[in-house]
Design a protein around this ligand. Structure first.
Ligand SMILES: [Zn+2]
Length: 194
């Protein structure tokens, strides 16, 4: 991991933490798992989440770039679209994609296109980020870091991995996260004593 990666993660992580702290108690008490990310997206940010069978219906999505779209953000109407086939197959993946799109909405507010679409290869679900050559890849990495931090808040991961003795399946079930995303998160968040 490069120095730049760490710097990015810190900044993005802080934004995600601040958002979670600002969530009113009646939506989330800061402890209960899994984090109700869909409620937070709709109640706190007023974004509509839709599971869509055919992502090519999205306005502004050119056909040649429409394959393997995992999620997208319509900034005008304030909608997050999630690939319905993926959502059915992997609940954790769906939650990650929703958080990834929220990440674009929250941290890239000033540089957003009317339609922000993210292909499967870009929503990396917590995988080790690749080299950064273009600004778009940089934004995708930031959105992924934000998603991981929202779905698997560092303080809760640190505590629960101790309580569950790093049982990966149990951690995934508690946080509603995919194995891949949790595995990567465990590398990033050290365990805390008791
Ligand atoms: Zn994205």
């Amino acid at each position: 991991m490069t120095r730049e990666d760490k710097a990015n993660r810190g900044w993005v992580e802080a934004r995600a933490d601040a958002i979670l702290e600002g969530v009113p108690d009646y939506i989330w008490n800061g402890e209960e798992l899994p984090v109700p990310v869909e409620k937070i997206v709709s109640n706190t940010f007023g974004l509509l989440i839709r599971e869509v069978e055919d992502m090519t219906e999205a306005p502004g999505l050119e056909e040649e770039r429409s394959t393997n779209v995992s999620g997208l953000l319509l900034t005008g109407p304030g909608e997050i679209w999630v690939n319905a086939a993926e959502a059915r197959q992997w609940e954790g993946r769906k939650r990650f994609t929703i958080c990834h799109e929220l990440g674009h909405y929250v941290i890239h507010q000033d540089s957003l296109e009317p339609t922000v679409f993210c292909r499967r290869i870009e929503v990396v679900d917590g995988a080790e980020p690749g080299p950064v050559e273009d600004p778009r890849a940089e934004l995708e990495r930031e959105a992924d870091a934000f998603a991981a931090a929202l779905l698997m808040p560092a303080a809760l991961v640190a505590a629960r991995r101790v309580a569950l003795d790093d049982d990966l399946a149990a951690l995934c079930a508690e946080f509603g996260a995919s194995e891949k995303a949790m595995r990567y998160r465990l590398q990033a968040v050290p365990a805390t004593e008791g």
